[in-house]
Ligand binder design. Structure first.
Ligand SMILES: Nc1ncnc2c1ncn2[C@@H]1O[C@H](COP(=O)(O)OP(=O)(O)OP(=O)(O)O)[C@@H](O)[C@H]1O
Length: 596
């Protein structure tokens, strides 16, 4: 399996790609064999023409040719050429179909694997790279099909058949042909040593440009707010010039390769001509045989050049294929790998967990936490205490550096940044529960207090929302996400800032919705308002990446420790300013639990 690199998503080695292609060809192998036989037959028929022409020349030379011989030769040549052309064309069409089918299957696997990649890996390598692999790289390989498949099939068969035919004609012609092959081989070796990194750099530059454009579009509001338009523009221009630079370098390498191929072709033709002249002069060959040898070489040099030129496209497509296979063979998400339910029927458990973001200091230290079945645990603490990180580790978004994580097989996490997918409201609600009926959807919306959403939307569940339709407010998106939890019915729900819309006036409504979404299941709630914490069975207080206090709300208030101070301070803040009640952002000078 290909492991992600620090620099970005991995690129598969040639061996990994070959292994993956072999696996992907499963189910198509009988068809591939049939197409190969068809191709070989087509290529063999193409040899009839030079042989027949050589014989005709010999007949003319010896004065035995009459109109009937000429007519018959022409008829044979016509029939063989037509049948050969049909066979070659059919081979290209059928091989193209197999190629596109295998490519479509690879793309499906790429997308499927990309969906379960650890979030940290995607964030580190940039979504632009992933997008470029699923679009540019797949397009590159698909386009290569038009040139690669016909050339590769016809050329490889023509080479096999022609070399055999030429040697059968006279071994010295075969030897001359063999003598020119090293020139082709040298040209190819130079190319193979030079081109891959040039194409890789070109593809990487394309990915980098996509990343810059995506970042500019995604952060459009920030770019506007801080007047960063020029800065982003310069970044995109810089990335585009990198693409231009690498594309020009790739074209130069191609042109130098073509020059070397033409030299090899010239040497081969000259060699056959000289050999033919010498053999005829010595009475060991006929003009007809020499003509046949010349025609076979001419027929062959075309496919050889074609094949080598296709290797050029093939190199570029292979660079793309290695990038696609790199994602396909990446280990499954840390989320899946760590989805081992904790022993003893608990819904979630962290034991001795330590974690730090790549290149950064530890942000979680030796965290122990067990969430019993059906138990609701709130996590509170000052900003930066590690609450979100703890939620991410429990959900499997982050893999801990030390300790173990267990969670129920069906675990679902929602964050403040809820994405509304372009589609109907129904599509958005049934994402995690495709079989849900309209009645169940209605009940889920009612239970999370979002029934009025249906009345507000013109076409009810069929209303198009998200990028392609009606935009939902942040609070409505949260309601949809909470209703989705009810429909998905996970054993453990993790709410990180799920109802943090404190200042929006919807805070209480969202609190009730979150409570309804947690009914009958275990939950971990990152509580930004202590009213949320008070409603949970247990409260965990965090500071500096450690758990510093655990107990029920009543116990902790009675204990007069960090939580009690947090609670008193929050009460004062919420009395003074009811909408400003986020514990992690208000009055931390009084309430920072880490001080205790
Ligand atoms: N993606 C990241 N890369 C590097 N460091 C990070 C990342 N996310 C968080 N941190 C750091 O990890 C520490 C814990 O952050 P975390 O977001 O878990 O705290 P929190 O208690 O949830 O804070 P808040 O209430 O503000 O969300 C902080 O020092 C933060 O700067």
């Amino acid at each position: 399996m290909t492991a992600p690199t620090a620099a970005g998503l991995p690129v598969a080695t040639g061996r990994e790609t070959r292994r993956e292609l072999w696996r992907a060809s499963r189910g198509h192998r009988a068809k591939i064999l049939a197409v190969a036989l068809l191709g070989l037959s087509g290529a063999s028929l193409a040899l009839v023409m030079p042989v027949a022409l050589g014989r005709l020349i010999n007949a003319v030379d010896t004065g035995t040719a009459d109109a009937a011989t000429v007519g018959a030769t022409v008829a044979v040549m016509l029939a063989a050429t037509t049948a050969g052309a049909i066979g070659t064309a059919l081979t290209a069409v059928l091989a193209g179909r197999i190629y596109q089918t295998i490519l479509a299957e690879l793309r499906e696997r790429l997308v499927a694997n990309a969906m379960v990649l650890p979030r940290a890996v995607v964030e580190r390598s940039g979504t632009g790279d992933l997008v470029a692999r699923a679009s540019d790289d797949v397009a590159q390989i698909a386009e290569a099909a038009h040139r690669v498949v016909p050339a590769l099939t016809s050329a490889s068969f023509a080479i096999v058949v022609s070399v055999a035919g030429m040697t059968a004609l006279d071994w010295r012609y075969g030897l001359t042909l063999a003598a020119t092959l090293p020139v082709y081989v040298l040209a190819l070796r130079w190319y193979l040593a030079t081109a891959p990194q040039v194409y890789r750099a070109q593809r990487a530059a394309t990915g980098g440009r996509a990343q810059q454009i995506l970042e500019s579009l995604r952060g459009f509001d920030t770019v506007q707010a801080y007047g960063l338009g020029d800065h982003r523009h310069r970044r995109v221009i810089g990335a585009s010039w990198q693409v231009v630079r690498h594309t020009l370098r790739a074209r130069t390498v191609q042109n130098m390769f073509v020059g070397r191929l033409h030299l090899a072709e010239f040497l081969g033709l000259a060699g056959i001509l000289v050999t033919g002249c010498l053999l005829i002069g010595a009475g060991q060959s006929t003009v007809g045989a020499a003509t046949t040898a010349m025609l076979v070489f001419l027929r062959l040099s075309g496919p050889i050049t074609q094949l080598l030129l296709v290797i050029d496209v093939l190199q570029s497509a292979l660079a793309s294929l290695n990038r696609i296979v790199g994602v396909i063979t990446m280990p499954a998400s840390g989320a899946d790998a760590a989805a081992t339910p904790p022993p003893g029927g608990a819904a979630g458990r962290l034991s001795g967990v330590g974690f730090g973001y790549p290149g950064g200091p530890r942000v979680l230290h030796d965290v122990d936490l067990t969430i019993g079945p059906g138990e609701r645990v709130a996590v509170v603490g000052a900003s930066g205490a590690g609450k979100t990180t703890l939620a991410g580790v429990l959900a499997g978004v982050h893999t801990p550096d030390s300790g173990t994580v267990g969670r129920a097989a069906s675990t679902l996490m929602i964050t403040q940044d809820v994405h509304v997918f372009a589609g109907t409201l129904r599509d958005n609600l049934t994402l995690a529960a495709p079989a849900a009926t309209d009645t169940e959807i209605g009940e889920a919306l009612v239970s999370t207090g979002a029934a009025e959403l249906l009345e507000l939307l013109p076409d009810g569940l069929d209303t198009l929302v998200g990028a392609a339709g009606l935009p939902l407010t942040a609070a409505q998106a949260q309601q949809v996400a909470l209703a989705r939890v009810v429909l998905a019915d996970p054993e453990l729900a993790i709410f990180d800032e799920a109802t943090a819309e404190a200042g929006s006036g919807y805070a209480e409504q969202l609190d009730r919705a979150a409570e309804a979404a947690l009914a009958g299941r275990a939950g971990l709630v990152i509580a930004h308002r202590l009213s949320q914490a008070a409603a949970c069975d247990r409260v965990v207080v965090m500071a500096g990446g450690r758990v510093i206090e655990v107990g029920s709300h009543t116990e902790l208030v009675g204990a007069d420790g960090p939580y009690a101070r947090l609670w008193r301070s929050w009460r004062v803040a919420s009395d003074d300013e009811p909408s400003r009640t986020d514990t992690s952002h208000t009055d931390t000078s009084h309430t920072d639990a880490s001080r205790a």
